[in-house]
Design a protein around this ligand. Structure first.
Ligand code: PHE
Length: 357
């Protein structure tokens, strides 16, 4: 019995995997294993011998079984350790962003603007780029033959003779989204609408497709003062300076009354733009109190509700903030330009973490 014990404990200790261990188990304590055969021998013994040998054999069987179980657990642990070592991965390593391309300044600035206005409680609204001329013009108090229609250098969608559907244009500004947002949501409302707009124009500061962001805030008693504060807060956050100064210049838009163009105090020393100081003024947007006729077209009662709207060129404020001289390069898809002016795909602008780095 001691030989059996030694033999099997040695075999178990030396087993390299679970399959070998199973073979050893069958050979030792299986139904036809050596221990079972030894048990069969008990029948030939005297009762006295049997009383001594029986428990010993049972103890041997238990001992081998528990050696098998312990070895099996150890082999399992070792296999798991091996697998964990092989699949080890440092999830805290920074990703390699070089191969991810870069974020276009227009996308970056759209994110920045959206982040700032979201922080002030503005939701994002959208509208179609192919717009019907009612939303693009009439609803904004620009009736047919109004001179403002000519000023917009509009692209008209093709129409076959006899086509009676309403005429469509490529939207010339984001202001039609004011109408759509109010039709959908009514008042009160606070939205911005960033997006593409189109005008037939092309030089260093004009491209036939460019980007605007519209702002709209309607409530019971919103005034020009709220507009001024909102724009000041925006400029401070966007240009990442402590102080800004805005100048409201009387202007005219058919869809606002009164209307103002807004200039930002700045300086251009050595071709470097500094915002908030200096003796220059730079126009950054158009704005005003939403015209009662516009509210009416959108189904909002102008005797109950009032508010402001503004429209700002995204490409233009991107050029100003990041010192990009020529607008046309924005849309050339030149990889060298994108590498130079682009932003890391992994740096999302946030109010707390910073807008740009
Ligand atoms: N839609 C005007 C433009 O494109 C900008 C604007 C928007 C002005 C809202 C006033 C209010 O020039």
């Amino acid at each position: 019995m001691d030989d059996l014990r030694q033999k099997y404990l040695d075999l178990v200790a030396g087993a390299a995997d679970e399959a070998t261990l199973e073979d050893i188990r069958l050979q030792a304590v299986g139904k036809k294993g050596e221990v079972a055969l030894a048990m069969r021998e008990l029948g030939k013994m005297t009762p006295e011998e049997r009383q001594v040998q029986g428990p010993k054999l049972n103890a041997l069987k238990d001992e081998i079984n528990s050696a098998l179980a312990a070895k099996k657990a150890a082999l399992g642990d070792a296999a798991l350790d091996e697998r964990l070592r092989g699949e080890w991965l440092d999830v805290t390593l920074p990703a390699r962003d070089r191969r991810m391309g870069s974020i276009h300044p227009v996308s970056q600035v759209t994110e920045e603007v959206t982040t700032i206005f979201a922080d002030m409680g503005f939701a994002v609204a959208e509208g179609p780029q192919i717009e019907d001329d009612w939303h693009n013009f009439d609803a904004l108090n620009i009736p047919p033959h109004h001179p403002a229609r000519q000023e917009h250098d509009t692209f008209f969608m093709h129409r076959d003779p006899g086509d009676n559907r309403p005429p469509h244009v490529l939207r010339t500004h984001t202001s039609p989204v004011q109408i759509r947002a109010m039709q959908k949501q009514g008042a009160p409302i606070r939205v911005i609408a960033p997006g593409r707009v189109y005008r037939s124009d092309y030089d260093q500061t004009h491209t036939p497709m460019f980007h605007q962001v519209e702002g709209l805030a309607i409530d019971r008693d919103i005034s020009m003062a709220n507009l001024k504060w909102t724009l000041e807060e925006f400029c401070r956050a966007y240009f990442e300076v402590d102080e800004v100064e805005l100048r409201f210049r009387a202007s005219h838009f058919p869809f606002t009354e009164p209307s103002a163009e807004v200039d930002l105090r700045c300086s251009w020393e050595g071709g470097q733009l500094k915002v908030g100081q200096g003796d220059d003024w730079m126009e950054i947007l158009g704005s005003g109190m939403v015209h009662p006729k516009v509210l009416e077209s959108a189904g909002v009662d102008p005797t109950q509700w009032q508010g402001f709207a503004f429209g700002m060129g995204i490409d233009r404020i991107a050029m100003l903030k990041y010192g990009i001289p020529d607008l046309r390069a924005f849309f050339d898809s030149d990889l060298r330009w994108l590498r130079h002016y682009g932003f890391s795909a992994l740096d999302m602008p946030t109010m707390r973490g910073g807008l740009s780095r």
